[in-house]
Design a protein around this ligand. Structure first.
Ligand code: CMC
Length: 423
């Protein structure tokens, strides 16, 4: 049942409508406030729903994450990334035939245009792979701009296939270019995750099923997370009706920051900086010190205030990888375990509900798998692609308006220009 909300401004009351969520928190439609000469103020969108969506549901208090109603734990255990990608984009799990057609379309679109590959030559070998991935994703617009009608659902589906198919190839190319190595072509005989690993490391190591499965799980766990910073960025850019590859590249940029997708890389850098288990307490103290900007990377989350269900799955996956690789004496792992133990018992972290998030365990897993640290956020990008494109598609499928927030202006009142010699 919709709830009744009344707001009184200077004695004048206005009824505001509430909209009922199928799960979780209902929302107050504040649109009418515009007629009352007031905006709402919510920096960081702490209590603002920017859209309605049917894709992903998170219950942060109870550690629940569902894609299209399916719990993340079931998808991570029983599905695979391409099936999850189909589910996110189309709303339903595919039939066997639909799945086979989707996989065939992905395989058909994996290769990146030969001439376009030269874009990587513009980057120095030491360039961060995220800068190359962002540029390459935006650059794909140049190949597909003319033929893409964003109002056409078939064109949007083809755009999704192109992006999901080519992001592993682009990610692997960014890695190989950074190492000064030649590119490895996609192998249509390999699974999505195994093909990605093969395009990165095929010439230097064997890609086992356990590693490919762990990578696929990492992709599934990252595939969507409702209106997070990068997805909101994709929606915001997309609301201007720009080319979808351009909108997605805006999401890639937003993801890069250490408060978001860059956290997995930041976790490893932090563990390396700590360097020894004997220094863990010192760093925990730094994290608690209000005068020190240091934060424990891989701890805390805007929406999960109990536990991050992705972290639970990831922790288990991390164990499997470490067992397969026979790793139990990795020094960074010892530091991570020690850090987790202290933080879980410390009042500061308990009071603020700061638990290890997915990036804490994915960072450790990727490190154990021999993935270079600078590739961690690229792997998050690869996993998040179906989520971004599904949100863009959802927005374009219904009436929408350009996203244009208001502000509370606190600047100067009007004043007259002063000649430069008189200032
Ligand atoms: N270490 C130490 N203190 C922290 C941390 C941390 N990692 N995270 C939050 N706090 C403190 C914060 O200082 C504040 O303290 P007080 O109430 O005394 O002022 C309190 O906890 C609440 O934090 P907040 O900054 O208001 O929380 P937020 O919702 O704005 O930020 C966050 C969430 C994820 C940006 C933040 O917890 C953080 O920076 N964590 C480390 C980076 C990280 O791991 N990010 C990855 C998130 S998971 C991947 C994804 O989905 O993007």
């Amino acid at each position: 049942m919709p709830q009744k909300v009344q707001i009184t401004i200077d004695g004048k009351s206005t009824d505001l409508e509430t909209l009922v969520a199928s799960e979780g928190t209902n929302v107050i439609d504040v649109g009418k406030l515009l007629n009352e000469g007031m905006y709402t103020y919510d920096p960081g969108f702490m209590s603002t729903a920017s859209c309605d969506s049917r894709i992903t549901y998170i219950d942060g208090a109870n550690g629940i994450l569902m894609y299209r109603g399916y719990p993340i734990e079931q998808l991570a255990e029983q599905s695979n990334h391409l099936e999850v990608a189909y589910l996110l984009f189309n709303g339903e799990l595919p039939s066997k035939q639909q799945y086979e057609d989707f996989v065939a379309a992905i395989i058909d679109n994996q290769a990146v245009d030969k001439k376009f590959q030269q874009i990587f030559n513009g980057f120095t070998t030491g360039a961060h792979p995220m800068s190359m991935v962002g540029a390459a994703v935006a650059g794909l617009a140049s190949l597909y701009h003319e033929g893409t009608d964003i109002a056409n659902a078939d064109d949007r589906a083809l755009t999704a296939v192109r992006l999901i198919a080519q992001i592993p190839t682009i990610a692997a190319m960014a890695y190989r270019h950074g190492k000064g190595k030649s590119f490895i072509e996609p192998d249509p005989g390999l699974s999505y995750a195994a093909n990605f690993l093969n395009m990165c490391f095929g010439d230097e190591r064997n890609i086992s099923d356990t590693l490919a499965d762990a990578m696929d799980r990492i992709f599934i766990l990252h595939a969507d997370h409702e209106q997070n910073a990068s997805t909101s960025t994709v929606r915001m850019a997309g609301s201007t009706e720009c080319n979808p590859f351009a909108a997605i590249s805006a999401g890639v940029s937003a993801l890069w920051g250490p408060s978001h997708g860059g956290a997995n890389e930041a976790v490893l850098n932090m563990l390396t900086e700590i360097g020894d288990e004997s220094r863990v307490e010192e760093y925990v103290a730094k994290a608690k010190d209000k005068d020190d900007p240091f934060k424990l990377m891989g701890f805390g989350h805007r929406v999960y205030k109990n536990f991050d269900p992705r972290a639970t799955v990831m922790e288990e996956s991390c164990g499997r990888v470490l067992d397969e690789l026979g790793i139990d004496d990795e020094p960074l792992l010892g530091i991570a375990k020690q850090l987790e133990k202290i933080a879980r018992e410390d009042e500061y972290f308990i009071e603020r509900k700061l638990y290890p998030n997915i990036d804490f365990y994915s960072g450790i897993t990727l490190k154990a798998m021999g993935i270079p640290t600078e590739m961690f956020t690229v792997i998050f990008t690869l996993g998040r692609m179906p989520g971004w494109i599904s949100h863009w598609h959802e927005m374009m499928s219904a009436p929408y308006r350009i996203a244009r927030p208001r502000q509370l202006y606190l600047g100067e009142h009007q004043r007259d220009y002063i000649d430069i010699n008189k200032r």
